[in-house]
Design a protein around this ligand. Structure first.
Ligand code: TYC
Length: 107
């Protein structure tokens, strides 16, 4: 076995540079709901409880935030999970003939 250790430089004659870490943290995405004038408030609350696992009180707060401010955050996820949530919420809304729009934004 060799005793050579590239990180050891007892006589200070080596130029050493540690490599940058190669892996970046994967990006996160906010899933958001947009306000409209037609989707019933109870339907939005149902969506937030069913697809974003919110208790009724939290779902009501987020729905009212969207209703008054125009947009609100349902949760933060990896890209794949966020895309799936957006897809199922928009499909479910269309199936129920509501114009509710769900979208995503990189954090
Ligand atoms: N503005 C809707 C209403 O008055 C309620 C609503 C809330 C719609 C949130 C969409 O993402 C939404 N019935």
């Amino acid at each position: 076995m060799s005793d050579f250790d590239p990180y050891r430089d007892d006589d200070n004659d080596l130029s050493i540079q540690l490599a940058e870490p190669k892996l970046k943290k994967p990006p996160l995405f906010k899933v958001i709901l947009l306000n409209d004038d037609f989707t019933p408030m109870d339907f939005v609350i149902e969506i937030l409880m069913q697809f974003f696992a919110m208790p009724k009180e939290k779902a009501t707060q987020v729905m009212l935030q969207v209703h008054t401010q125009g947009v609100g955050v349902c949760g933060t996820y990896s890209k794949d999970v966020a895309e799936t949530k957006v897809y199922i919420v928009n499909e479910y809304s269309r199936q129920h003939q509501h114009p509710l729009l769900c979208s995503m934004e990189e954090l």
